[in-house]
Ligand binder design. Sequence first.
Ligand SMILES: [Cu+2]
Length: 754
Amino acid sequence: MKMYGDPGKRLLEIPEQVYPILPQPWWKSTLNAMQNNRLYVFVLVILIGTGIAIAFINRDTAHQQNDIITDNQGWIILKSLGWNTKYAADDQNTYNDGIQQYQSMNNKKSQLHENVNHMKYHHPPTSDDSQKLSQRFHPVNNHRRSRALSQNSNSITTTENNLSYQTTTQTSTSTTSKIATTSGMNTTTNGVEINLTLYIDTIYPYGKSNKAIISANYSFPGPPIEAYEGDILVIRVINQLDVPTTMHWHGLYQTTTPDMDGAVGITQCAIPPKNEMIYKFKAEPAGTAWYHGHLLERYTDGLYGPLIIHQRNEPNQDKYDSEQVLMVADWYNLQAHTQLLPWYLNPNNTDGNEPSPDAIVVNGKFTEALTISVSNSARIRFRIINTAAFSMYTVSIDGLPLHIIELDQVDTLPYTVNSFNINVAQRVSFYIDLSELSLEYTASGNLSTSAIYIRFQAMLSMYPVDILNYIPPYEQQRYPYPTFFNPLYLAILSFNGTNSTPSYTASSTTPALQNTVTPIDTNILAARPFYQNTTGIPNATYYLSLVIAFYTSANGINYAYLNNVTYSSDANYMSMTPAPTQGITSDEYAPLLYQMVTKSNNLGIPSPRIEPGSSLPTIQSDGYGHYLVPYEAIVDIYLNNTDTGEHPFHLHGHKFWIIATSDYPSAEFLYAGNYIQRDTVSVPALGWAKIRYVANKPGAWLFHCHIEWHMSAGLALAFITSPQQLLAEGYTISSDEQKLCQALQKFNKKQNSK
Ligand SMILES: [Cu+2]
């Protein structure tokens, strides 16, 4: 794909095999079929006719220039990528299903262009809007804050980027001038505004399973979004589902835009069907981020995609020539929210067993269906994103050392490993150099091969059952793809440019490599930050100890608890405990962030106080999972895990230092003053993790286990950071945000009266 406004220059190499671009694969399949059966000529004629008709309909509503498609309002629609055709072409019924799906999808798409014009909240940002947003961003405040921060932390913040809101190019509604605007990124170091559209709708790429995938722009996974650090992303999320949804931008700071975080119930109301929300935020920090639905279990059913933020000078740029994103995830044959969750949170599920995944997918493809074709001297940066609902994986490539250079949007010095673990929501970048390939894996070596396996090995210790010999009680049907879970996923790296497959059989264990290590821990604490911190990290000023536990509640359901509180949110349809009657409450139509404004003096959360166990004041909660954090508090959090599973905890809007874990306690002393920062920490089973973060952003920030099932079981809390500072910075609830809540209320009322 091409970078917007930078035609011809490929920043991110995504081979067609990984993200086949429709409709070419269908034509190919049809042509192949034609050779076998003349009946298909008839089908082809119908298809071409339909295609011409659709093209004609689209002619006036969609403008196409090179790779960039815009709608009739000038919004960029990212191309549909990532469609899987392998299984659809495998048998006749599935193939025919697929053609029908594709046709109805195209019809739907052409209708969309008309529908959006009549939407209540449809409006591309006008120059007036940009001005209003600039005022709300308070660049002067940022300037002060980032200077203050740079003295006591190793956050990499440049003041010139914070000021870029003032220089943001005004958006125009004309298509031609929009493209001209984005091309400005070549000539200026200030961020530019990138306007994108994501249609959220269901697709059925695997015909026989009847599994509806929630897609962004009719793509699974969603299309890659790319920007340079400091750019302003303006992303219009249009909900074409028949249920509400939101979008969370995982790993983004959201400095001065706490309302753009996408966490339903925390920072916004859900977007009801046939409504939209325009997210506007700065692309920072640089690195591998991702976007995903943040309501119910939407992302388990496919709603996720990569969000890559480049730097104009990448620290390890001289080590690689091209890039490749790999999103690894659990595949479930059944719908997450309507079918799996009712089974999971149920008195009959006494052990609280999580639903077992049916397969592993990488970039939407099943094992051995994904081939990456390169030259035999390629140097590639892989960006691995674990987008699974449940599983963690060990990643390796046969015969190649992996040089890790990024963890969760933090650049590291190259750290060479044989393999590494990645837990849910974590990201790891590494580069490979094919000139380092072990001799036996080359064409002239023992194996005489010109392709090798990229391996994702699911860690079996995560699963509560013997997953290899287990049929979940809710599985009633066999599907054309593996119903029995195969823990070893193989992608193919072909290095003679002909899509060849490996000439050898993959062993069940990672082949040993000389001169490499295997990291001690899942968080890879031994990797060293690229930007060495000479002044150390700030001392903690506050303390919080959190005990992770799972146990059966009075209603017989196995819930998750942080300090004996299972997080309950009406907005997320998690309503196990009675909501508080005063103070900050769970309100579907008034997210926590809005309540910080409307009742800032009446939140009902005590201030920090000294408690046994620490000389530092302990952060307090209201007993419902809302924790009040003073502005610029430096908080040490101890996570004590009483559960037998490893839990990936994610903090929205912030990075934190990982000081040590029970898997690597000596890290605290070995790396004193220069700990690695991440935004997701894997807390070892029956172990602990110690992290530290600076509460430098007023707002409501979710802190939760990223295993989707555990989140639904209540393993979450919200940090309420300084309502006073939020007001002092001039934050107000916009009229669009209020309208969205009203629209949701209206939608729910209509649903309830049905
Ligand atoms: Cu968990």
